[in-house]
Every structure is written in structure tokens, then in C-alpha cells.
Design a protein around this ligand. Structure first.
Ligand code: GLN
Length: 547
């Protein structure tokens, strides 16, 4: 065998295999979900995997993007603001997730330009090939080296083949494979539409999209066809012939009837994991999907239905609160019930004037995170309604801040109290920036991002949910509870059951004597998995089932 030379990175890491997932025809096919499901299947065969998302847009990260444009911003333990597909990876697999797990064109160009300014390229002309493509390849290698146990790296390329933006990424994976011919496969996820008027399923868009891939020098090894219903053998044979992919490597990924957690099982039934293992010569064991099968049975046979009302600001965008929806579903699965989510735009509650009429009828309510003024007062009304009527309420980040402001206004009678995010001149800034609380102006404006420890007070709802005294949760916010008001709140029945270890920051608040009214300054939804539901979501849903 050839001896690895220093700097000869592909030989040093040659035991790692790579799966590149590209998308064709249209966007929103569920590439993230598919990449995650491939991860599930490989893990069920005993493989250690890692997943990387490459995003072709020029923003450095999605942190500043409007949720209407981009959906949820998923936060990792190390405080990176990333694409929501990382949430799928977390829920479906045990991949390590960090800043290294998501790279955008913006980030890559930023690195290249900084290097150029520093003179790192020694006067050479800096070009997309090789400088940008080298940087992309370096990102892929960095993920493969994050954990020495990693055996397979799944790389999802955002966007659709044929887009101008994704060309450097596709060129980079072409080169990457050229350098490691035995260690890579390409999976192309495409759309096979059913044309109602013609009564036919059409393969032409797939043929064209594979043609575009081939022009770039990439041959797909497996074609996954997103479709409404399973494809006939005849259609698979047609795609196989036109796209030069063996017929058993043309696999359909049809719309799932009940739950996205069916996807890995469906792909396994068609032999996707066996095919991947064979192509990459993985030393994999037989797939054990028993836990997933069991979970699906629970989903298919719920013993009751519960309804949760979510009161937010971006309710029309189905991905804006992705992790919140999923975390609620995980808890419902654990409780063996079907979850119905009712979505309420908080603005409309104020317009309506009658809270009961606007949102009444749910078993419990959840107010998720958010930024800015719009929708605030509708959320405050929701918290008041739940507190007074003793209906379960779960506040996430802004949802906790709202719960604090409501309590200040209506229990402590601090009528003007607010968060300084919305009213900087409020006489009672019960939610404010730590820097403001200390009278330091110039330190404000930076978000608290990523995982922080939180100590829990024994004999509280929060402690009972977690069953332990120290937890770690992820944050994404600027404003905090203002400790100057702590005594007054506690005397009136608010319990601060979770605090940052030094006791300075209040992370969890709950209302004594209420069946379930709890707010958290962090985002527990980022740490829930279908097979490991988050303890707070689990208890919230369990309470609704019992009620
Ligand atoms: N806007 C609030 C803050 O910055 C809450 C943020 C959130 O809900 N993620 O503190």
C-alpha cells in the first residue's frame, strides 16, 4: 500500500467514505430530511456518521435572515446560527453538530478574501477554481476529522442543480471524488411529478437534471425520486436507462402519509442502505430499525388526540418554528397520542379583542421565540388568558419574556412594564439587556448564543421534569429577566427554578399553584429527538393528556 505522505490528506483519511447529496428539478424536495434519513440508516447499521450542509447563498450565516425567507435558524451547542436542515440531522442521527457542520458560499468567499488580503496566496490570481473549490474541500475534510470515529460523511449540497450559485460546490465535489474515486458516491434527489391532466408520471425533468449534472462531470450513483406515489418498475427502468444508473439504484421516496419518521423505514424497504454499503464497501452490520418501527406503530395507533395552540408571528411559514413542531410531536409520540397543532397569528388576537374567541378551545398553549415589536401584545394576552384560566402554557425564549411582562403588569400592577427591546423608555424594564441592567451602554447588542449550564432548584416543576440539578441548553437572545425585580416576583408567586450557575441570570420561570405555566429563556426545542423527547415538552404534553 502507498505510504501516506505529510499533507497528502486524502490518503490519511482514506478510510472515511463520502456521500454527496444533490437536488434536481425543484427546491423544497426534502434534501435535508433525506440526508438525515440516510444517516439514520447508516447508524442503524453500526456506522459512525457526520453530516455537513453546504449552502450556496452569500449570507455568511442565516442568523440575520428573515424567518419568512429562510425558516428557522437552528443553533448548535457552540453557538453557530445554522440552516434548519441541521435540526433534521440532530433529530434523525447522532452526528456531531457544530459551527463546522454548515458552510455557506458567503463564509467560503469571506475566508478566501481574508486570505487574499493577508497575502496568503503569494501574489497569485485568486480564482473560483482552485481557491474557492479548495476551501470547500477543506470544509468537507474538516468535518471528516471532527471525530476520529467518523466512517461516513454525508454532504448535502443546498440549492438545485443548474443554479449558478451552486456551481463551485458541484465542481468541488467533482474534484473531491476524482481524488478519491473509491470513497465517494453521489446521490441525486429529484422530482418525478404526476401530471393530472395527462394522467401520467413524468421522468423528463429527472433526465434533464441528470444531464446537467453530467455536464459538470458528476455521474449519479443512486437516483432518489420524490413522487406522490410509488413508481412502477417500468418507470424505474426508464429512469435507469436514460440516466445510466442501475435499475436497483433508482429508488422512490414517495410522500409519507403519517409522519416524516417513516422516511428511513421506507427507504430501507427499498434497499437504499444495502446499496450504499455495497457501493462504498462499508463493513456494516445488518440494519436494526426496531426502535423506529416501534415508534411508527405508536404514531399509527394513537390512543387520544390533544390540541396545542401555538401563538407566534411567522405562523404562515411552515418552517419558521420547525423544531418546536417536531419537539411537540416527539412528546406526543412518547405519550402515545396524536397531536393537533392550531396556529394563531398573535397580531390577530389583539385585532379580535376577545382572546377566548380568537384562540380558545386548545388543551394548552405554546408561545415560541421571536424578535421585535410586532405580535407582542397578542402574546401577552395569551399568557394572561392561560394564567387566569389555569390552562397549561409553555413559553420559549420570547415566550418566557412575555410571561414575565404579563405577570408584572397584571399581578404586580406595574402597568407600564415591558421589555426594553420593545419599549426602551418603559418605567419598569422587567426584561432588559444585562448591560442596561448594569448601566453599561456600549456592551449591548450581542446575542447570547449556544449552550450554557443552568442549575435547577429542587422541588420545582422544572427540576421534576429533568430529574436532575444541572442541565445544558442552547440560547439565542439578547434580553434577560431583570433581577432588580426578582424579590417582588417571588413574593407574588413566580418561582425562578433555573438560573445560570452563578445565579445571575434567570433561565426558567414558573408560576406556583398553576397546573403548568413555565417559561424558559433558552430553546429546548433544539434538543429533542423522536426517540429521546425533551423532558419539558414531554411533561407539558403529558399534562395535557392527563387533563
Ligand atoms: N427577542 C428576544 C431577545 O432577543 C427573544 C429572542 C428569542 O425568542 N429567540 O431576547
Amino acid at each position: 500500500m502507498e505510504k501516506p505522505q505529510q499533507g497528502d490528506c486524502h490518503l490519511l483519511t482514506s478510510r472515511v467514505k463520502y456521500i454527496f447529496v444533490t437536488g434536481g428539478v425543484v427546491s423544497s424536495l426534502g434534501k435535508g430530511l433525506t440526508s438525515a434519513a440516510i444517516g439514520t440508516l447508516l447508524e442503524c447499521r453500526g456506522q459512525h456518521i457526520a453530516i455537513l450542509k453546504l449552502d450556496p447563498y452569500l449570507n455568511v450565516d442565516p442568523g440575520t435572515m428573515n424567518p419568512f425567507q429562510h425558516g428557522e435558524v437552528y443553533v448548535t451547542d457552540d453557538g453557530a446560527e445554522t440552516d434548519l436542515d441541521l435540526g433534521h440531522y440532530y433529530r434523525f442521527t447522532h452526528t456531531p453538530l457544530s459551527r463546522a457542520s454548515n458552510a455557506t458560499s458567503g463564509q467560503i468567499y469571506d475566508t478566501v478574501i481574508k486570505k487574499e488580503r493577508r497575502g496568503d496566496y503569494l501574489g497569485k490570481t485568486v480564482q473560483v477554481i482552485p481557491h474557492v473549490t479548495d476551501e470547500i474541500k477543506a470544509k468537507i475534510l474538516a468535518v471528516s476529522r471532527q471525530d476520529p470515529k467518523t466512517q461516513v460523511v454525508i454532504v448535502e449540497i443546498g440549492g438545485t442543480v443548474g443554479d449558478i450559485e451552486s456551481l463551485p460546490f458541484l465542481e468541488a465535489i467533482r474534484q473531491f471524488r476524482y481524488e478519491r474515486p473509491k470513497d465517494c458516491i453521489n446521490i441525486h434527489l429529484t422530482y418525478v411529478p404526476y401530471l393530472k391532466a395527462a394522467g401520467e408520471v413524468k421522468t423528463k425533468p429527472t433526465q434533464h437534471s441528470v444531464q446537467v449534472l453530467r455536464e459538470i462531470g458528476i455521474m449519479p450513483d443512486i437516483i432518489l425520486c420524490r413522487c406522490e406515489n410509488a413508481l412502477s418498475d417500468e418507470l424505474k427502468a426508464k429512469i435507469s436507462l436514460f440516466c445510466s444508473v442501475p435499475v436497483d439504484a433508482v429508488i422512490d421516496e414517495k410522500d409519507v402519509a403519517t409522519s416524516i419518521y417513516e422516511v428511513p423505514l421506507d427507504l430501507h424497504r427499498q434497499g437504499l442502505d444495502a446499496k450504499i454499503c455495497k457501493m462504498l464497501e462499508l463493513d456494516a452490520k445488518k440494519a436494526d430499525l426496531s426502535e423506529w418501527e416501534k415508534m411508527l406503530q405508536v404514531i399509527l395507533h394513537p390512543k387520544a388526540t390533544i390540541t396545542v395552540g401555538i401563538v407566534g408571528k411567522y405562523m404562515e411559514h411552515q418552517d419558521a418554528y420547525k423544531s418546536v413542531f417536531e419537539a411537540l410531536h416527539h412528546a406526543a409520540i412518547a405519550a402515545g397520542v396524536h397531536l393537533k397543532i392550531r396556529k394563531f397569528e398573535s397580531d390577530r388576537i389583539v385585532e379580535n379583542g376577545d382572546v377566548e374567541k380568537a384562540i380558545g378551545g386548545c388543551d394548552g398553549y405554546l408561545v415560541p421565540g421571536g424578535f421585535g415589536e410586532r405580535g407582542w401584545e397578542g402574546k401577552v394576552l395569551t399568557a394572561k388568558y392561560c394564567r387566569e384560566k389555569k390552562i397549561p402554557y409553555f413559553g420559549l425564549c420570547l415566550g418566557m419574556q412575555v410571561m414575565i411582562v404579563e405577570f408584572a403588569r397584571h399581578v404586580l400592577h406595574l402597568n407600564d412594564s415591558h421589555s426594553t427591546e420593545v419599549n426602551p423608555n418603559t418605567t419598569d424594564p422587567v426584561i432588559s439587556m444585562l448591560s442596561e441592567q448594569r448601566g453599561i451602554k456600549e456592551l449591548g447588542g450581542t446575542m447570547r448564543l449556544g449552550s450554557y449550564p443552568c442549575a435547577l432548584k429542587p422541588n420545582t416543576l422544572a427540576y421534576n421534569c429533568y430529574g436532575k440539578g444541572l442541565i445544558h441548553e442552547r440560547h439565542r437572545h439578547r434580553y434577560e429577566f431583570n433581577n432588580t425585580y426578582k424579590d417582588a416576583f417571588e413574593k407574588a408567586g413566580m418561582v425562578f427554578s433555573g438560573t445560570m450557575e452563578d445565579g445571575l441570570l434567570c433561565e426558567i420561570s414558573e408560576i406556583a399553584g398553576h397546573p403548568w405555566m413555565l417559561g424558559v429563556q433558552f430553546h429546548p426545542e433544539f434538543k429533542s429527538k423522536p426517540l429521546e423527547p425533551h423532558p419539558l415538552f414531554r411533561d407539558f404534553i403529558q399534562t395535557l393528556v392527563k387533563a
